[in-house]
Design a protein around this ligand. Structure first.
Ligand code: FES
Length: 125
């Protein structure tokens, strides 16, 4: 069973969309189920100033992607980088055991988006 929080994020996902001039982009997919997530971030003064996502996936993937963006928005980059799939599941009030892997997409794509930002920053220096 999904929690009320999970169902709310599934029905009304937060921060859906694309950031055309994103500072960092990261994606993650699960080859077993075919679900796929892309996260876009804007960074200002070391903080995640904006974040959006596009996902093709199940209820768990949509809800956990949405929660990933809620947890990361406004956070210092390092704090956002350490958001784990456990943090995402906890914020959703848990996921059914067979859906726990869905929360990995958000954690992985967010880390990749931040790493993408960091690598661009390095190249520009
Ligand atoms: Fe695979 Fe949801 S079933 S991410």
């Amino acid at each position: 069973m999904y929690t009320d929080i999970t169902l709310d994020h599934f029905k009304s996902p937060r921060n859906v969309g694309i950031i055309e001039d994103a500072d960092g982009v990261g994606s993650a997919g699960d080859p077993n189920c075919g679900d796929y997530l892309i996260i876009y971030i804007k960074v200002e003064n070391g903080f995640v100033s904006d974040i959006k996502f596009q996902v093709h996936g199940c209820c768990g993937a949509i809800a956990s992607s949405s929660m990933t963006t809620v947890l990361a928005k406004g956070k210092p980059l390092m704090a956002a980088y350490t958001i784990s799939n456990k943090d995402i599941m906890e914020a959703l009030g848990g996921l059914p055991e067979e859906k726990e892997h869905c929360s990995l997409l958000g954690a992985v794509a967010l880390k990749k988006a931040i790493a993408n930002y960091a690598s661009k920053l390095k190249k520009s220096q």
